[in-house]
Design a protein. Structure first.
Length: 486
């Protein structure tokens, strides 16, 4: 309630402003949300921007995706914190679109609604055994080690097996492999969740397979991340030399893609240098190419638990560089393991009343303007409704990609303001944040303002300093809300 009273005082302060500024609500406080807020506030001196987030903590995947041993990547938080200092900006944490407030309610309350709530589900393989114990999505596992409240109780069993298979070879797969294989002494001084550090310290996993359905020329990881994992101290790396044979289409592909060329060269070097066998007790990383998952194998000893992955060998088809696809050959092989991490991409979720392309997992849009109607020719622009980030483009792109994405969305909003498509009515101004606070109060939603997040931040930093960590994350909603309201 203390929080709510503070918010009410804040809204009263704002309600003394005489004109009727455009009211903008952004859903999601990840990079897409914050870059959009920053750009809107800079471009339009008169707008008020509110961000709602379902969590009491802002910054989305910068907090819950970026690997704990990449602290420099999180410096973007300083930029976002400066946005939060703007008088025309308010953060409402612990407010969920879909349960605390519906989309139609938000559209009633605000002149402009920008959806930037990311991708909080997973692509699925749709193969037998996918729901066996020990099979996790990368998102779940990353949430677990990064202290997301929804990942707190995953408790992956790292003790009963010495082998993990990671399906997919993108940067997320590389992050996970690194966390599993890196000496825990190096993770101990990061902001990794304490429960994850404790489990990793006791981990029996020694061997990690990174499985790609295509070849080393098509590996989705990037140079810096690959170089980093290949450089882990005392790690045995295995790449089959046969997999490095290039076709003429591969050669064309490498000519036009500098990053892919470097990735291939690194893999080539790893395959042809180093020892041919691991030394006793050495941790191992195996790159497996041209294999697609066919089914998960169930353990005979432990019913309901995974004991391996059955993979189908593939060949690449297609003559256009960059467009080759993996096709099964009908030959199969197994890799035995007690844990599988599916790192084949995140997926966005729809909310009631939102046009959604379920196949692509995105909100249909034209440069950020949300479109309804199934047929592209008959698409209707949803007035005042916009989209940005992974929800707009799909689950790819680094943090900076969302900067360009938000510029496009804000340009569309600006154009619509200029053309009078959206405007704040002087006679019937939209209620904006005052209306939202009233609605949330009626529903007993405990809103967490930015100042309360700052309390959480200080507490985590304090706890971290006791353990020589930059922060020790609070990892349950109860802990977070307790510190927020104190
Ligand atoms: C594991 C992982 C590691 C990554 N590492 C890096 C890296 O090192 N460097 C880099 O440049 N990029 C990295 N990326 C990519 C980068 O994180 C993304 O490009 C970026 O975060 C996408 O931004 P977004 O705002 O669209 O989504 P998100 O960052 O996911 O933000 C979405 C926000 O919406 C909120 N939300 C969700 N549902 C609701 C709802 N119903 N109501 C209200 N709020 C809601 C969430 O709590 C979240 O705060 C990584 C991605 C992943 C998955
Ligand atoms: N350090 C960083 O900068 C960093 C860290 C983490 C993430 N990110 C970014 O975040 C984004 C998401 O990363 P991501 O790793 O989740 O996605 P990604 O880069 O798109 O990689 C997905 C991987 O899954 C494979 N895959 C997809 N569907 C599959 C299927 N049905 N069967 C088998 N394999 C399948 C893909 O293979 P195909 O290529 O054959 O489709 C690819 O290897 C990326 O843009 C990434 O760069 C950046």
């Amino acid at each position: 309630m203390a929080i709510f009273r503070a918010m009410s005082r804040l809204s009263r302060a704002f309600s003394t402003i005489p004109s009727h500024p455009l009211r903008v609500c952004i859903v999601g406080s990840g990079p897409a949300g914050f870059f959009t807020a920053e750009k809107m506030l800079k471009t339009h001196q008169e707008v008020h921007v509110d961000i709602i987030d379902r969590l009491p903590t802002p910054f989305g995947l910068v907090r819950f995706g970026v690997a704990p041993d990449h602290p420099e990547t999180k410096n973007v938080i300083n930029q976002f914190s400066r946005v939060a200092e703007n008088d025309r900006f308010t953060f409402f944490g612990n407010v969920t679109l879909g349960s605390s407030v519906s989309l139609s309610e938000l559209r009633e309350l605000y002149d402009v609604v920008v959806l930037a709530y990311g991708a909080e589900s997973d692509r699925v393989l749709g193969i037998p055994g996918e729901d066996l114990n020990g099979v996790y999505s990368a998102r779940e596992f990353v949430w677990w080690y990064n202290g997301h409240p929804d990942g707190r109780y995953l408790n992956p069993d790292l003790k009963s097996t010495d082998t993990a298979v990671i399906l997919g070879q993108g940067n997320v797969a590389i992050d996970i492999a690194r966390v599993l294989l890196k000496p825990t002494t190096e993770l101990a001084t990061t902001d990794i969740a304490s429960h994850a550090l404790a489990a990793l310290k006791e981990s029996a996993i020694r061997k990690v397979y990174l499985v790609g359905r295509r070849g080393p020329v098509q590996a989705a990881c990037k140079t810096k991340e690959l170089r980093e994992i290949l450089g882990i101290k005392d790690l045995y790396i295995h790449v089959k030399e046969d997999d490095l044979v290039k076709t003429p289409v591969d050669e064309e592909e490498l000519k036009s893609n500098r990053i892919q060329k470097k990735v291939y060269e690194l893999l080539y070097k790893a395959a042809t240098s180093g020892t041919s066998h691991p030394s006793s007790g050495q941790r191992e990383l195996h790159f497996v190419f041209f294999r697609k998952p066919h089914r998960f194998l169930e353990s005979d000893e432990r019913s309901g638990y995974v004991s391996g992955v059955n993979l189908e060998k593939t060949v690449l088809k297609g003559s256009e560089p960059g467009k080759q696809i993996a096709v099964g050959t009908g030959q199969f092989e197994d890799i035995g393991c007690g844990m599988v991490l599916k790192s084949i991409g995140y997926k966005s979720i729809s909310v009631d009343g939102l046009p959604f392309d379920h196949q692509k997992g995105i909100v249909p849009n034209n440069e950020g303007r949300v479109l309804s109607g199934t047929n592209k020719d008959q698409a209707v622009v949803e007035k005042g409704l916009y989209v940005c980030g992974w929800l707009k483009r799909g689950p790819t792109g680094i943090i900076a990609t969302n900067l360009y994405c938000s510029e496009e969305t804000v340009a569309a909003i600006s154009e619509d303001i200029e053309q009078g498509v959206i405007a704040s009515s002087a006679s019937f101004p939209k209620p904006g944040r005052e209306g939202l606070l009233q609605l949330l109060d009626d529903r007993n939603v405990r809103v967490v303002p930015y100042s309360a997040w700052e309390k959480i931040d200080s507490e985590e930093t304090r706890l971290g300093s006791l353990k020589d960590k930059p922060r020790d994350k609070l990892t349950t909603m109860d802990e977070l809300l307790k510190v927020a309201v104190d």
